[in-house]
Ligand binder design. Structure first.
Ligand code: SF4
Length: 293
């Protein structure tokens, strides 16, 4: 069977922040190490991915640093190479976590800055060996996107993942500004590349069946297996029973070959206007990506 792109571990539904735009169905549920280890070993032995890719998401994954280290250690003891991705709000990256990440360039950190400056990490995460910014674009900050891009570039970040806010209603004027800002950004990025500055745009290499979420072997906090991590969202949480394909405690019973039309589920699980708005901003993002190819 084809190797799935990546293993996605939902480390926790907890977060130390409470962003107004947060799509996560936040709760105290968290992934125990024993289930995480089983999932990692099964993913590596059963799928033999090359390269192996493990995404650790939440909530805020660094609320359980021991789990993060356990996942990395388990993977690296069972395969010669593995790439890790962790999305974080950065606020819990203290001296200890920072020094660990400096020694593990195979862990890609995607830092999502909180809109309020006072909720930002004290350490400059741009000094980590493998890091980038998740730049959230909302109807409120859309006029400042290129400005924010330059600000983070000046702080030393050279990796960017542009994330227009989904599940919200954008009016026509806001969409026009978004498209305009994307045009400006693409010109800036090309010019900077022409001058030899290598800027990594994550959007160029990420694709999936739904906006925002990712396809892969998704392991929930209790070992339940899914094929897309949209189930961690408060918008789709209620669909878990319908979308579950098994539990990693019983891998031989997981319906790995089951085909679920996530794009259709995405469409039918929100009101028409919000879906249409989400599609429009997602199309603007795709056009931006095409300008960069
Ligand atoms: S940091 Fe992320 S997970 Fe935490 S509240 Fe904000 S958006 Fe949600």
């Amino acid at each position: 069977m084809d190797a799935p792109a990546q293993l996605i571990l939902i480390a926790t539904y907890r977060c130390n922040l409470a962003c107004s735009h947060c799509p996560v169905a936040r709760s105290s549920k968290a992934l125990p190490s024993i289930i995480a280890r089983k999932a990692v070993i099964h993913y590596l032995r059963f799928f033999r991915p090359n390269p192996a890719r493990i995404k650790i998401c939440g909530g805020e994954p660094f609320l359980n640093f021991t789990l993060v280290k356990d996942i990395v250690r388990t993977a690296l003891s069972n395969t010669t190479s593995c790439e890790f991705t962790i999305s974080t709000n950065g606020t819990l990256i203290d001296k200890n976590v920072f020094s660990y990440l400096q020694k593990h360039p195979e862990i890609e950190i995607w830092y999502s800055p909180h809109p309020a400056e006072g909720m930002r990490p004290v350490r400059s995460l741009s000094k980590l060996p493998n890091t980038g910014i998740n730049l959230l674009i909302s109807p409120k900050n859309v006029v400042r996107v290129s400005e924010e891009f330059l600000k983070y570039l000046n702080e030393g970040y050279t990796g960017f993942n542009f994330l227009p806010e989904y599940f919200t209603r954008w009016n026509d004027a806001q969409v026009r500004i978004l498209k305009y800002e994307f045009t400006i950004l693409s010109e800036m990025i090309k010019k900077l590349a022409g001058r030899g500055l290598r800027i990594r745009i994550k959007n160029l290499t990420s694709s999936g069946s739904t906006p925002l979420f990712n396809d892969g072997v998704v392991i929930d906090h209790n070992g339940d297996v899914f094929q897309n991590n949209m189930i961690l969202s408060k918008h789709f949480f209620y669909l878990k029973d319908q979308l579950k394909i098994g539990n990693i405690e019983h891998p031989s019973k997981v319906r790995w070959e089951q085909k679920i039309k996530y794009a259709d589920i995405f469409k039918h699980s929100m009101d028409k206007r919000t879906y249409s708005s989400t599609q429009i901003v997602d199309k603007a993002l795709s056009d931006f990506v095409n300008l960069l190819h």
